[in-house]
Every structure is written in structure tokens, then in C-alpha cells.
Design a protein around this ligand. Structure first.
Ligand code: KIV
Length: 275
């Protein structure tokens, strides 16, 4: 597998400490989601820094309209498959809706299950100041936490849309405050989703831990995309922040069509494909 020599460092084991250090050294953090063994393996082979087992699997793997139905068992099931494909990348697993918001006890029990049953490096929690005590407790007992601010899909019913967040002055100040509180509570990094680039820069400049943007502009310390979006598998989903690095939906349709045609026209299998 050929890699671009200059930008991608040699494979190395990535931990939460590595990610925090990358902010200091100025090396951008490349994060993508994965939900299964093979995608995780290929991401790991080419040196992605962080693999997020996102609860976006509810949308792109299970076909739910929102991430709300995703359960802790779903997350553990997919995270176990991802884990089997990864040697180097830091794996972060999303805590799904209602697996941590209810109490510190529930958060500990569910994050503890992810850490014990899967054996990953960290969990990710959506939310601001109101989850600070939960974050503090998880970090205290040895469970690293990534934060997630801005567009938090688990709160879709509160906001009603997936539009850009924190566009007013008050909302921007609140988000900045939340980021500082989360950083003080001990998160090792924060995802900033769909917020103005200027605000993402302010947040990035105001905290000592890395920010990882999705639709948050170029000033974040790292970037994340949903892997099916960047591969062009989620065809109808075309927000401006998704850069498509492939058109896999069309590639797949063409392959399936060719296969069907070959079967119907008796071109598959050939003798050399038979025993
Ligand atoms: O669930 C997910 O994939 C995420 C990313 C969009 C950051 O939270």
C-alpha cells in the first residue's frame, strides 16, 4: 500500500496522550468512523489516527432516521468488530442516547461495559456543562472521554433541524463556555460539529486540548467525517462539509448490475471459477 510520504507518519500506536500531544506539535488529527472489521482494518493500515465507532451507525448501518434508537449493545457489537481490525489507531466509542444522561451510575456502568467488553481507548459523550460531573467521574476512574459540542444529533428533538449551530452571539458564548468546562472536567479532545469556522477557531485557541471538526472549518486541530459519507455511499446526504473521496454507491450499483447480467446471461461462473 503506497502512502504519501510527506503528510502521513509511519504507523504508530495512537493513545489519548498521542492525540493531545498532536495539538502541541501542530500535527493535524485525522479521524474517521468505522462500524465493521474490514473498514476498520483498511483505515488502520493507512494510518488514520482515530477511529470513531459513532452512533451514526444508527443512520448509515441500521437505517434509523435518528441516532436515538441506538443501544449500548449495538455499540458494543459494532465496536468489537472494529477492534478486531485495528492494531494502531485509537478507537473511541460513542455512548448512545440515554446510556449516560440518566445518572453517573448509568454512565459508569455503560462506559465500563464498553471498556471491559471491547477494550477500546476512550468513549465519546455529546453535551455541554450539564454532563461535566459525569465526565469528571469517568475520567477519575480511568475512562478517557472525548466531548462533542455544536450539532449534537442525540438532541435533534430539542432543535428540530440539522442546521448550523451556535450562529448567534449568545449561543456562541455558551458553546465556548461549554468547551472550557468540558476541558476542565478532563475530556482529552472535543468534536465540534457544524458550527461557524470563526467560532471553531476561537474554541480551538481557547483550550489546551484538541478540537476535531466536522463542518467546523479548517482551524480545528483535527477533522472527522462519517466514512460512508466520504466514500459516497450516502448519496442523498450532501452537506457542504462532506468532501467525497469516492463514489462507492455508483461503483457498487455497477458491480451488482454486472453480476446480475453475468448470472442471467450464463457468463458467471466460468470453468476456471468452478471445481
Ligand atoms: O456518530 C458519529 O459518527 C459522530 C461523528 C459525526 C462525529 O458523532
Amino acid at each position: 500500500m503506497k502512502r504519501k510520504k510527506s503528510a502521513v507518519p509511519k504507523p504508530r500506536v495512537v493513545t489519548t496522550k498521542t492525540v493531545m500531544m498532536m495539538k502541541q506539535t501542530g500535527e493535524k488529527i485525522a479521524m474517521l468512523t468505522a462500524y465493521d472489521f474490514l473498514v476498520a482494518k483498511y483505515l488502520d493500515q493507512v494510518g488514520v489516527d482515530v477511529i470513531l465507532v459513532g452512533d451514526s451507525l444508527g443512520n448509515v448501518v441500521h437505517g434509523y432516521e435518528t441516532t436515538l434508537p441506538v443501544t449500548i449493545d449495538d455499540m458494543i457489537y459494532h465496536a468489537k468488530a472494529v477492534k478486531r481490525g485495528v492494531k494502531n489507531a485509537l478507537i473511541v466509542v460513542d455512548m448512545p442516547f440515554m446510556s449516560f444522561q440518566t445518572s453517573i451510575d448509568d454512565a459508569v456502568r455503560n462506559a465500563g461495559r464498553i471498556m471491559k467488553e471491547v477494550g477500546v481507548g476512550a468513549v465519546k459523550l455529546e453535551g455541554g456543562e450539564y454532563i461535566a460531573d459525569i465526565v469528571k467521574h469517568l475520567v477519575k476512574i480511568g475512562i478517557p472521554v472525548m466531548g462533542h459540542l455544536g450539532l449534537t444529533p442525540q438532541a435533534i428533538n430539542k432543535f428540530g433541524t440539522y442546521e448550523v449551530r451556535a450562529t448567534t452571539k449568545d449561543e456562541a458564548e455558551e458553546l465556548l463556555h461549554d468547551a472550557k468546562v468540558l476541558a476542565d472536567a478532563g475530556v482529552f479532545s472535543i468534536v465540534l460539529e457544524k458550527i461557524p469556522a470563526k467560532l471553531a477557531k476561537r474554541v480551538t485557541d481557547s483550550i489546551s486540548i484538541p478540537t476535531i471538526g466536522i463542518g467546523a472549518g479548517p482551524h480545528c486541530d483535527g477533522q472527522v467525517l462519517v466514512v460512508y459519507d466520504m466514500l459516497g455511499l450516502t448519496e442523498e446526504f450532501k452537506p457542504r462539509f462532506v468532501r467525497r473521496y469516492s463514489e462507492l454507491a455508483e461503483t457498487m450499483r455497477q458491480a451488482f448490475l454486472t453480476y446480475i447480467t453475468d448470472v442471467k446471461s450464463k457468463k458467471f461462473p466460468l470453468d476456471k471459477e468452478s471445481y
